[in-house]
Design a protein around this ligand. Structure first.
Ligand code: GRF
Length: 216
């Protein structure tokens, strides 16, 4: 099977983007990163992508009169570059239903919580406030409702008594960098099927869809 041609959308520092680029540089990885697009001209991830030899583009949302016009411009950039599959990696714009449908089942996101808990922003603060003992991250297909859609992979991290939002975010981020490449590998190798809005993972291989990271 030919490698999937992937575009990554970012808005910021791009550490998940870097994890995907690093994974995709392995000879046996079933996807190629074709293009990184940022909606912010000064996103730190742009320089990191360029350093890694990946083509970059800026589509500044401020240059477009509506969300849909912006989403169409992003889609045009992706398609020009031959992208057939999109990863959101710290992309901080809400996408229109038009975009979500255009890329249906070819669009995945990483979110720093164990979905469906703690959708939206400030997930680590809210996890601490709620007193949960287990927190984590999820990679999921994107649907129109924010942070919803069939879940591909999750990693659980123990919440420690001494945690603050930063320490918890740091441990969750480490796991984001593990499960995002894992999820892309699963999807790009054709092992992931969405059935009744749930993900089924078929075929042989040693990639588990869920990781539990023991407390240190
Ligand atoms: C990550 O925590 C990601 O889960 C969330 O935004 C953050 C982006 O970080 N959606 P980075 O830009 O990948 O470093």
């Amino acid at each position: 099977m030919a490698n999937k041609q992937v575009g990554i959308l970012i808005s910021g520092r791009g550490s998940n983007m870097s994890a995907l680029i690093a994974a995709a540089s392995a000879a046996d990885f079933p996807a190629d990163i074709r293009l990184v697009v940022s909606n912010r001209p000064h996103a730190g991830g742009l320089a990191k992508a360029a350093e890694a030899g990946i083509a970059t583009a800026v589509v500044d949302h401020k240059d477009y009169p509506s969300r849909e016009a912006f989403d169409k411009a992003v889609t045009a950039k992706l398609e020009e570059a031959g992208v057939e599959f999109v990863c959101l990696a710290g992309f901080m714009r809400l996408l229109t239903p038009w975009f979500v449908e255009r890329w249906r089942d070819r669009l995945i996101n990483i979110h720093p919580s164990l979905l469906p808990s703690f959708k939206g922003l400030d997930t680590h603060e809210r996890a601490l406030e709620a007193g949960v003992k287990v927190h984590g991250c999820s990679v999921h297909f994107v649907r129109s409702d924010v942070d919803s859609g069939p879940i591909i992979a999750q990693a659980a991290v123990a919440v420690l008594d001494e945690d603050d939002a930063d320490s918890l975010a740091t441990r969750v981020l480490e796991q984001e960098h593990v499960i995002y490449p894992l999820a892309l590998r699963l999807v790009a190798s054709g092992r992931v099927r969405v059935i009744d809005e749930r993900v089924e993972i078929g075929g042989a291989g040693d990639a588990p869809p869920a990781l539990v990271v023991p407390a240190v």
